[in-house]
Design a protein around this ligand. Structure first.
Ligand code: NAD
Length: 263
């Protein structure tokens, strides 16, 4: 029996074949889940539809997560299509380009609110709608990064948004646990995607972590996907409010060893 046989999952945040959400979708499909997609802007349709076809996904809807009417619309349609759902995946984030470079102290009020709204509040907004369709308990999963815990060059306002996101995971988990709904996050190491390309110096970041990670390599979308299966399937039934690092071990390092050894 496949791990997600009989489960229905709604996945937000597929932009293209490099998206982490696509890695999760492929892993869910391999494990027998019935899947629906939601993507953020109309221009992505031509990239998302072929991916949906590749794994037999027929529910594909656009929703800008800053718009309550878009969110209500996609969940109304999901209710009509699926009846109920078991899994919500939130793999959505955005910050203005100018706020992902230079000095954090220059973050504008507008840029701060936008990053927090799209990257953190949207988890609360989507979860509120999703629980209405989770008649038999469920699992919510979001994507975060180590920049929530420690200051990382250029990650800036997105680090603050991810800290809010991780705190939201804990509050949602405490709130929804009595209803049998689990809420967790995966903290992925750097992976080359569309969003990541917006972070100044991202290529250097990839090289830095590859050379210093305990596993001496970076992670990929498929490894995140497999961890998502674990967390969202019954294998993860006792886990909620957790942030699981899929980062080749980077977060355990107090002082990363440079490639040229110190001894
Ligand atoms: P991605 O660009 O493929 O995915 C980001 C998604 O957010 C896109 O699909 C985009 O359309 C969507 N989005 C942005 N604004 C939106 C809005 N207003 N409404 C609806 N959707 C919107 O990049 P990714 O790297 O796969 O990012 C997915 C998640 O993983 C993000 O939360 C990101 O912060 C997180 N993450 C990424 C990395 C990395 O190195 N790539 C590491 C850790 C965590």
């Amino acid at each position: 029996m496949k791990l997600l046989e009989g489960k229905k999952a709604l996945i937000f945040g597929i932009a293209n074949k490099r998206s982490i959400a696509w890695g999760i979708a492929k892993a869910f499909h391999e494990q027998g889940a019935e899947i629906g997609f939601s993507y953020g802007i109309p221009q992505l349709e031509r990239r998302v539809m072929p991916l949906a076809e590749q794994i037999g996904v027929s529910f594909v809807e656009m929703a800008d997560v800053t718009k309550d009417e878009d969110i209500t619309n996609v969940f109304d349609k999901a209710a009509a299509h699926f009846g109920s759902i078991d899994i919500l995946v939130h793999s959505v984030a955005f910050a203005k380009q100018e706020d992902l470079t230079g000095r954090f102290v220059h973050t504008s009020r507008d840029g701060f609110s936008m990053a927090l709204d799209i990257s953190a509040y949207s988890l609360v907004a989507l979860t509120r709608q999703a629980i209405g369709l989770m008649s038999d308990g469920g699992s919510v999963l979001t994507m975060t990064y180590y920049g929530a815990e420690k200051a990382v060059p250029h990650y800036n306002v997105m680090g603050v948004a991810k800290a809010a996101l991780e705190a939201s995971v804990r509050y949602l988990a405490a709130d929804l646990g009595p209803d049998g709904i689990r809420v967790n996050a995966i903290s992925a190491g750097p992976i080359k995607t569309l969003s990541a390309a917006g972070i100044a110096g991202f290529r250097k970041m990839l090289r830095y972590t590859e050379e210093r990670n305990p596993l001496r390599r970076n992670v990929d979308q498929d490894e995140v996907g497999r961890t998502a299966v674990w967390l969202c399937s019954d294998l993860g039934s006792g886990i909620t409010g957790e942030v699981v690092h899929v980062d080749a071990g980077y977060h355990i390092l107090g002082m990363p060893e440079p490639p040229e050894k110190w001894e």
